[in-house]
Design a protein around this ligand. Structure first.
Ligand SMILES: Nc1nc2c(ncn2[C@@H]2O[C@H](COP(=O)(O)OP(=O)(O)OP(=O)(O)O)[C@@H](O)[C@H]2O)c(=O)[nH]1
Ligand SMILES: [Mg+2]
Length: 404
């Protein structure tokens, strides 16, 4: 039997005993809805869990896998807390494909996602953090690779060396969705949020970003402080309701609260909101923009160490501004050239017309000379040509403004 789809047990046939059965029934329904959303065949999505150390990334990964599976929670991703020693629990990038957490072969046809857990990022939005995020998002950090190795390499060889090194790797784990994880009881890593915004939303390949606040069990959702934090989190990552989740993960605290151990019991109360959220995350309606863009294309630097470092380290916003002003400069130059060409044509026409009866220049100079003496014919020609050229540039400019 499977938890959803065609051949799972119909729980309506089982007599209800208590409220927990209702929850289990709803959990099954949610798994069924999730399966309908993800379809069969094709490539499963790679979902990266990004956040600061200790925010609950691994706990969330385990909880999602528990929600998808029929059996009880298992510690697939190592979780823990070193009691304020500021030490990380997860050190490697570990991916969990569906074969590692689904209980039945019959489900393997469905595109259950691959969850990519990794260690916490420093709360910073400098060039190095953004490059590390790019390496992860473009799937350049290999399975069981360590981000700390990339940091060491960057210290030795700079960002250009780092790019060169990771441009050699295959894009095995190119990320299709990002779940930013933060704890609802800690201050937000706002700089890291900005770095994720810059790298996931503002560059060539645009990845859908989702956000989860863990530790729901430890906050009062009506509390002003919490509401402020949630607003800041959602605004910081641009998250509407459907891309945000406040949840409790499978953890010691929740076991104590319900008086049942996660080792022997499923907690449908935790599974249901997680499944609803994952249905949004894996919805094929939202997709990566410019999915085929590669790490090497995105940042030109890796192919050439001779490129000046100043160019390499420019933040993306600067790149865009430079590009925009370059386009504006080229446009103005073209307008000016057009004006000059038109003025030259006007000059030729005036020259030809001076051999005919309708000599514009002559009539202008005669009219003028009545009031201001006698300027030369040559001067008149120049004035008229410059006037026509300037008119053409002005009209061109106004058209451009209007079309913008
Ligand atoms: N009460 C409670 N504790 C939680 C919750 N989520 C995570 N925790 C606890 O927070 C601690 C850190 O969780 P992890 O999942 O290891 O955090 P992480 O982000 O993977 O940490 P690193 O791998 O070190 O970066 C663990 O002790 C978890 O049990 C939650 O929703 N409620
Ligand atoms: Mg971890």
């Amino acid at each position: 039997m499977s938890p959803g789809g065609g051949d799972y047990v119909n729980l309506m046939d089982i007599p209800r005993r208590d409220g927990e059965m209702n929850d289990e029934e709803e959990r099954q329904r949610e798994v069924g809805l999730f399966q309908e959303r993800i379809n069969k065949g094709g490539k499963p999505l790679n979902i990266a869990f990004i956040g600061a150390a200790g925010s609950g990334k691994s706990s969330l990964c385990n909880s999602i896998m528990a929600a998808f599976s029929v059996g009880c929670w298992r510690e697939r991703a190592t979780v823990g807390y070193f009691g304020g020693l500021a030490e990380q629990v997860t050190h490697h990038l570990l991916s969990f494909p569906k074969v590692e957490y689904l209980d039945f072969d019959a489900l393997y046809d469905y595109n259950f996602p691959t969850l990519v857990d990794m260690n916490g990022f420093e709360n910073s939005s400098d060039d190095l953090i953004e490059e590390l995020l790019r390496i992860v998002f473009y799937g350049r950090l290999p399975e069981e690779g360590k981000l700390i190795d990339a940091v060491k390499l960057a210290k030795e060889k700079g960002i250009v060396g780092l790019r060169e090194h990771y441009s050699q790797n295959h894009e095995d784990l190119k990320i299709d969705r990002i779940i930013f994880v933060a704890s609802a009881i800690s201050s937000l890593p706002t700089c890291l949020m900005e770095a994720v915004r810059n790298t996931a939303r503002k560059e060539g390949r645009v990845i859908p970003v989702f956000g989860v606040l863990t530790h729901r069990d430890e906050v009062d959702t009506g509390d002003v402080e919490y509401m402020k934090l949630e607003t800041e989190f959602r605004h910081g990552l641009g998250l509407p309701e459907n891309r945000f989740l406040l949840c409790t993960t499978y953890c010691d605290g929740y076991d104590r609260y319900v008086g049942k151990s996660r080792l022997d019991h499923k907690h449908p109360g935790l599974d249901i909101p997680i499944l609803k959220f994952m249905r949004q995350v894996c919805d094929t309606a939202s997709r990566v923009i410019k999915d085929r863009a590669s790490y090497n294309e995105e940042r030109q630097a890796p192919s050439s160490t001779t490129k000046p470092p100043a160019d390499d380290t420019k933040p993306p916003a600067d790149d865009r501004q430079t590009k925009e002003s370059e386009v504006r400069r080229i446009k103005l130059r073209n307008m000016f050239l057009k004006g000059v060409i038109i003025a030259v044509f006007a000059w030729l026409i005036l020259l030809l017309s001076s051999y005919s009866d309708m000599d514009v220049v002559n009539s202008c100079s005669q009219r003028w000379s009545r009031y201001n003496g006698q300027p030369s014919l040559m001067k008149w020609r120049i004035v008229i040509c410059v006037f026509i050229g300037a008119c053409s540039i002005f009209v061109d400019y106004m058209f451009d403004k209007y079309s913008q």
